[in-house]
Write a protein that binds this ligand. Structure first.
Ligand code: PNS
Length: 158
């Protein structure tokens, strides 16, 4: 049976930290579904379509990766796409409490699904999408924080 993992997130935008995590997970799972969560409460910089397009560009030609979107509960989406694992990255202790609560509550709702946490590589620890968005909004260069395949100016304002 194929080991399918869901990598859910806002990915606004997708960063080198996310890219590195997915590449490492290709060694652990047969298939990875990268799913852009649609959360109406969040004010996004990039539309869901643009975020999906960016991620597709990064993993062009990688047949074991699927890029999609979802709304509603992550565990329900896992069930609908046959994923038994949820992938989350941990950068710092500050991430941990939020991730612990989410992981444990997801597990209560769906005991058959496990969350797998990977520590991000040391060089990616400070990189987060919120700060990348702020740099973009203020006209800075984010090319070192996003995957080489993403030219951020192509996606702005769409
Ligand atoms: O990249 P993010 O913003 O940290 O991703 C958060 C995300 C999308 C994984 C989280 O908000 C989520 O799972 N949302 C879907 C709704 C849900 O399942 N909520 C209960 C989690 S215990």
């Amino acid at each position: 049976m194929d080991k399918v993992a869901l990598f859910p997130g806002s990915f606004d935008p997708f960063t080198v930290g996310h890219e590195s995590l997915v590449k490492r997970c290709l060694r652990l799972f047969d298939k990875i579904v990268i799913a852009v969560g649609e959360n109406s409460d969040k004010k996004n910089l990039f539309s869901t379509e643009m975020r999906m397009k960016m991620i597709c560009r990064v993993f062009e030609g990688e047949s074991r990766i699927e890029v999609t979107r979802y709304s509603g509960l992550t565990v329900e989406f896992c069930r609908s796409c046959g994923a038994r694992y949820i992938i989350r990255g941990l950068r710092t202790a500050a991430d941990f409490e939020y991730e612990r609560a989410m992981g444990q509550m997801n597990r209560k709702m769906a005991p058959e699904i496990d969350t797998v946490f990977l520590l991000t590589s040391a060089e990616h620890t400070p990189i987060n999408s919120t700060i990348v968005r702020d740099i973009i909004k203020n006209g800075g260069d984010v090319s070192m924080f996003v995957p080489a395949a993403i030219n951020i100016s192509e996606y702005l304002g769409k």
